[in-house]
Design a binder for this molecule. Structure first.
Ligand code: FAD
Ligand code: DHB
Length: 385
């Protein structure tokens, strides 16, 4: 088999890249280790920046998003029960759209024209400095796909970054001593907008997927087990971390999904190794607090698709030569913002009483400063590409 671009991973990054290449007439094959149903079963991001919505439009897959996405003109912060609304519209004239990653993935899967190989075992990358190829196993047979380029869109635990020699990579990492325990429930959201809440017991987030489906998170220690959390325990803990009126208004019900995600900041540099490119979570992780991970994956592949289109259509390598530098400039700004939101809102066991007072001062400063609120809003709605 031969193709122009072999894409590893059918998450949002791989599927969006495949779609943009398809529309430009560039042949591509996606190789995914899991089944399509498994990929669709992962409950992850919920907030899209305008740049991601625009990319869905460009990819001609925004019909359902336009009809079902919820426009949010602001978000709420809560600190020990004190509320502060960040008015995106008033501060920076922009908004975000609530539309689940599952739906983005489904829309892209349904539109896909090119070949996607699901349930590919033992995916391996060969000779990315020379004549690149990808191999995998299926039904006891080893397959090989020769290609011009490989796009590593296979997430943090994928094979792409792991195939690069250690000495060619520089990595930057910060782990946090906690994760997010998330619950999905078919009940209306507690508020029209999201609520990011800090409490001495830990962070909590009230999010949503639609007017009838809600997503809630609470900060838990890294080694916490999901089995230790009955639905009742989750709801009790969430209520304790919200302000009393919000806790009172919360509509609870049986969870339809419950999982724990660790928090990490991570960047690998560069994003290009010969004919192999990294994009999305394969290259970087942000803690979820700023709602940036999916949006970064989208902006990476928009840049990579444009670079490949330039290469095939205009025979110019300028785009692929600049991809790493251009994408990393945006990635680091999102890393900074996500780290800052995480630092403001979580409980850090090691920083003690001093750390909590600093967080309170930060919240009070934000409450009284139009400029500080503008900085938050500008970053949350998404910086320009
Ligand atoms: P992935 O979605 O991880 O996709 C990679 C794909 O590659 C997967 O399908 C995987 O099965 C496949 N794969 C892995 N290894 C191999 C292999 N060896 N061979 C072949 N295929 C392989 N981001 C936001 O922007 N906003 C949010 O609100 C937000 N909330 C989040 C909440 C939670 C709880 C979590 C966990 C994440 C959240 N994120 C959010 C982050 C966002 O979900 C990720 O950044 C996003 O999934 C990245 O997409 P990706 O395509 O790069 O990687
Ligand atoms: C969601 C996740 C986030 O990380 C965030 O900042 C906002 C919303 C969500 O899953 O709904």
């Amino acid at each position: 088999m031969r193709t122009q671009v072999a894409i590893i991973g059918a998450g949002p990054a791989g599927l969006m890249l495949g779609r943009l290449l398809d529309l430009a007439g560039i042949d591509n094959v996606i190789i995914e280790r899991k089944s399509a149903d498994y990929v669709l079963g992962r409950i992850r991001a919920g907030v899209l920046e305008q740049g991601s919505v625009d990319l869905m439009e460009r990819a001609q897959v925004a019909g359902r998003l336009r009809a079902e996405g919820l426009i949010h003109h602001g978000t709420d912060l809560s600190f020990d029960g004190d509320r502060l609304r960040i008015d995106f519209a008033g501060l920076v004239g922009k908004h975000v759209t609530v539309y689940g990653q599952t739906e983005v993935t489904r829309d892209l899967m349904e539109a896909r024209q090119g070949n996607t190989i699901y349930e590919a075992g033992n995916v391996a990358i060969h000779d990315f400095d020379g004549n690149p190829a990808v191999s995998w196993e299926q039904d006891g047979v080893t397959h090989r796909l020769d290609c011009d380029y490989i796009a590593g869109c296979d997430g943090y635990h994928g094979v792409s970054r792991a195939s690069v020699p250690q000495e060619a990579l520089t990595t930057f990492e910060r782990t946090y001593p906690f994760g997010w325990l998330g619950i999905l429930v078919d009940k209306p959201p507690v508020a029209h907008e999201l609520i990011y809440a800090h409490h001495e017991r830990g962070f909590a987030l009230c999010s949503q997927r639609s007017n009838t489906r809600s997503r809630y998170y609470v900060q838990v220690p890294t080694d916490e087990k999901v089995e230790n959390w009955s639905d009742d325990r989750f709801w009790d803990e969430l209520r304790l971390r919200l302000n009393p009126e919000t806790a009172e208004a919360l509509q609870t019900g049986p969870s339809i999904e419950k999982s724990i995600a660790p928090l990490r900041s991570f960047v690998a540099e560069p994003l290009r190794f010969g004919k192999l490119f990294l994009a999305g979570d394969a290259a970087h992780i942000v803690p979820p607090t700023g709602a940036k991970g999916l949006n970064l994956a989208m902006s990476d592949v928009a840049m990579l698709a444009d670079a490949m289109i330039e290469l095939y259509a205009e025979k110019s390598a300028a785009g692929i030569d600049n991809y790493s530098q251009r994408a990393l400039a945006r990635i680091w700004k999102a890393e900074r913002f996500s780290w800052w939101m995480t630092s403001l809102l979580h409980t850090f066991p090691e920083t003690g009483r001093f750390g909590r007072r600093i967080q309170r001062a930060e919240f009070d400063y934000l409450s009284g400063s139009h400029a500080a609120q503008q900085v938050l809003a500008e970053n949350y709605v998404g910086l320009p590409a």
